[in-house]
Design a protein around this ligand. Sequence first.
Ligand SMILES: [Zn+2]
Length: 285
Amino acid sequence: MVVERRIFVFASLLVVFFVSAVLWKASVRPIPRSSAAAPPPAPPPAESGAAPTVIGRDSASLRGTTAGGAVPAATTPVVRPPEAGGPSYIVLLARSEIRRRIRASGGITYLNEIVAASSDSVLHRWDSRVATPVRVAFASASVANFQPSFLDAVRAAFQRWQEAGVRVRFNMDADSTAAEVWVRWRIQFEGERSGQTDLQWDDEGHLLTGTITLATFDAKGQPLGADEIRVMALHEVGHLIGLDHSPNEGDIMYARPQVRDLSTRDISTALLLYDLAPGTLRVGN
Ligand SMILES: [Zn+2]
């Protein structure tokens, strides 16, 4: 009887513990953090309050950020205890495990560098979008030098990432009224870039919507061809699935792509990203 009572008490404590853990996890909200070494913060969301984060990614916007280094080790955390509103021990343990896996992938992937260069240490990706593909729509193109073959080039770029085994699928024949991702065209960007990707995500790092904008002329005013569009689209779709820039010029996610196809590191980085839980990796709250 005493043993049964002890088991009952123990089971009750377990239930209380897990309910608390779930509640704490639900209460975790990333808070923007700034430091002198961090890149400029993302532009503010279009809406106020609890609106999803909006950020533009392109070859120009992240230029100048330091991309080296490793994921900051969990040696000097400033952790608020759960009773003070900080994350639970289980949540911190999960983050620690993800950071360990990212560090262990050094050399094989550049996820380490992406996290180190990010201002918020948040992994962003589409979640559970194999069975229900992300709906992609193409805006009607009436800009100069647009060619129908550009659409095939962009489709090929989406297809390339899918065929690499990344656990996200795209429906490129989606009804435009239900689109989550738009592909748009413009004649030219200011500055050096030829493409831009804008993303929105929720507090947990789940990507919600995206817009890829591609130029039909390069920075020097030269008209772009279909294969150049395909290479640009490979890079921008990399952003769309949640990748940021690689410091290695052998990768398509190098800020100014020098290669014309995905590298092994590009693929390994995306595969690892989609093997991890999205969300913040901070050791504090
Ligand atoms: Zn880029």
